[in-house]
Ligand binder design. Sequence first.
Ligand code: SF4
Ligand code: SF4
Length: 382
Amino acid sequence: MLYRKFPKIPNVQVSVLGLGLMRLPTKPEDSSIDYEKTKEIVSLSLEHGINYFDTAWPYHGGTSEVVFGKIVKEFGVRDKIYIADKLPIWDVDSKEKARSIFKTQLERLQTDYIDFYLLHALSKSHWEKVKKLDLLSLLDELKDAGKIRHLGFSFHDTPDVFEKIIDEYPAAEFCQVQYNYIDGDVQGATKNIEYAAERNIGTIVMEPLRGGLLATPPKGIIDIFSHAEKPRMPAEWGLRWVLENQEVVCALSGMSTAEQVIMNCAAVSNAKPNSMPLRQLKIVERAVEWFKQRIMVSCTSCRYCMPCPKNVDIPSIFSEWNRMAMTGALENGPAVSAIYNKIQKDGHGAELCVVCRKCESLCPQKIKIADKLAEAKKAFKS
Ligand code: SF4
Ligand code: SF4
């Protein structure tokens, strides 16, 4: 495993691959986290040198923090790893509420301190709320008390908002942005990473494989990569591209199987910055063009929008719509999808959407979910 440092935190070495704890394996009967399989994933991660583990208040309905805390205790590795956790701004209406959430997070994680604590999913409105509720003074207080080691924020908005936050939050030691070879310019991530680096703020990357899409891409992408002189697995192309950027300290992957851990750890074993030859970067550019022409909706399957009060399975519908478009199945108009038919049969179809738009304020990608569902509905022939 390779390790990198944050410019503002020179005494800490973080593995270039971190384990994101938002897509843990679940049990088919009740969708609760499968403890034994998660233990295996964490154990393999540790064995391969991963030392950065990223959880959050809402992941798996709050049980990601609980399960991970239990595993860390069982393995006795608290002082060998870095835990990242986040304050859910949308659930906070006062400084005291934020304090109470933080206390619960320590309890769930069975720890006295959190190494990397982030303001979760900052946007223009969330940042205004942080300032209005004076949450930064609370974070300073918790840091002074040794309960938080390092402060940062994760981000979902436009570059002008990113710059404003960086300028107004000098205590931030790191930031977290979505970055992958598709989203590099779409969300201004490249520009944001540069802006942060100019101020000595290192970046953690989320969604480096865009919710798994870049690890198991459609055949068109595999064909493009087959022209490279050096064969690589699709996940390796994705992770190497992200870590090619010297300002990226760590790429978080929400690995949900032991195989993914093994494959991704191998993929980053030589991921030094600025190490990909130009001809390989050109191949990635071709893959970007291919995706841009076919992706119908920029959903990463993060599930922040769920549950929908009408039981619409938003991420599964978008995922199937994208899959159909990327396989060319929609080239001649609407087409039959067995997967969508099952979603409908199980009572989760797009036709159930009543356009309440409750889900839309929760979507970090700012997708007009109801409008996109209406479009998706038309793409599937019943
Ligand atoms: S807009 Fe549609 S999909 Fe979104 S929460 Fe409302 S009913 Fe569900
Ligand atoms: S629609 Fe938005 S919030 Fe919902 S899963 Fe997709 S990206 Fe996440």
